[in-house]
Design a protein around this ligand. Structure first.
Ligand code: AMP
Length: 215
């Protein structure tokens, strides 16, 4: 198994794929968005600052993100491998991450870019629902990812909610930022020769494709 860096515009299915790989192979799923949402729940100064940024779709500082990543990848849950979801988000993060991996003597692994049509993206984002208790991801417009009971998690029965930044205005900022700031990270990994492009229309087919790459 190889460590994976998952790249893709918001809503392309990074979280769903990462959770599937986690369940099947024991990869640790490192979602910088989840880490930040957890920090944002705290009512202290830092928590409030983070919440204000993520609700608008604006990046938090590289320093804060790198520190959080380092804490995770050196932890015991990453021994079987890990999947980066939502990081690196800009070229500077990608380079700092390379230095960190080398310094820690870890495997850089492969990068996977999930590719999806723009029309489908809007549906993926506006239909997305997440479980308050276990973080499972659903989509009310998808045949395979629709929760069996409305607003209830299939796995733990927890209540489902819609992320505060899954609205059209924040989405516009997030998608614009992706094309301006994150897309160069895809080229960076292409030049390094570790990038794989995988179609992300059908989540089961996507998983099979990725399984071929990691075996
Ligand atoms: P996500 O769940 O990946 O869509 O992330 C939600 C929000 O968290 C983003 O819109 C950013 O505000 C913030 N965020 C997540 N990952 C990063 C990162 N690597 N660098 C900076 N900000 C991030």
């Amino acid at each position: 198994m190889k460590n994976i860096i998952l790249l893709a515009v918001q809503g392309a299915g990074k979280g769903t794929l990462a959770k599937a790989l986690q369940e099947k192979y024991g990869y640790a799923h490192i979602s910088t968005g989840d880490i930040l949402r957890e920090k944002a729940q705290k009512k202290d100064k830092v928590g409030k600052e983070i919440k204000a940024l993520i609700d608008k779709g604006i990046f938090v500082s590289n320093e804060l993100i790198l520190e959080a990543i380092k804490e995770k990848i050196t932890g015991p849950e990453c021994k079987k491998g890990f999947i980066m979801d939502g990081f690196p988000r800009n070229l500077e993060q990608a380079k700092l991450y390379d230095d960190m991996i080398e310094e820690l003597g870890l495997d850089g692994g492969i990068a996977i870019n999930l590719v999806l049509d723009n029309k489908l993206l809007i549906e993926r984002i506006t239909g997305r629902r997440m479980c308050k208790d276990c973080g499972a991801i659903y989509n009310i417009y998808s045949k395979t990812l629709k929760p069996k009971k409305e607003n209830k998690c299939d796995k733990c029965g927890g209540e489902l909610y819609q992320r505060d930044d899954d609205n059209e205005e924040a989405l516009k900022t997030r998608v614009d930022t992706y094309y301006k700031v994150t897309a160069p990270v895809v080229d960076y990994y292409k030049e390094k020769g570790i990038l794989h492009e995988v179609d992300s229309v059908d989540s089961e087919k996507t998983l099979k494709e990725v399984e071929k790459l990691i075996k």
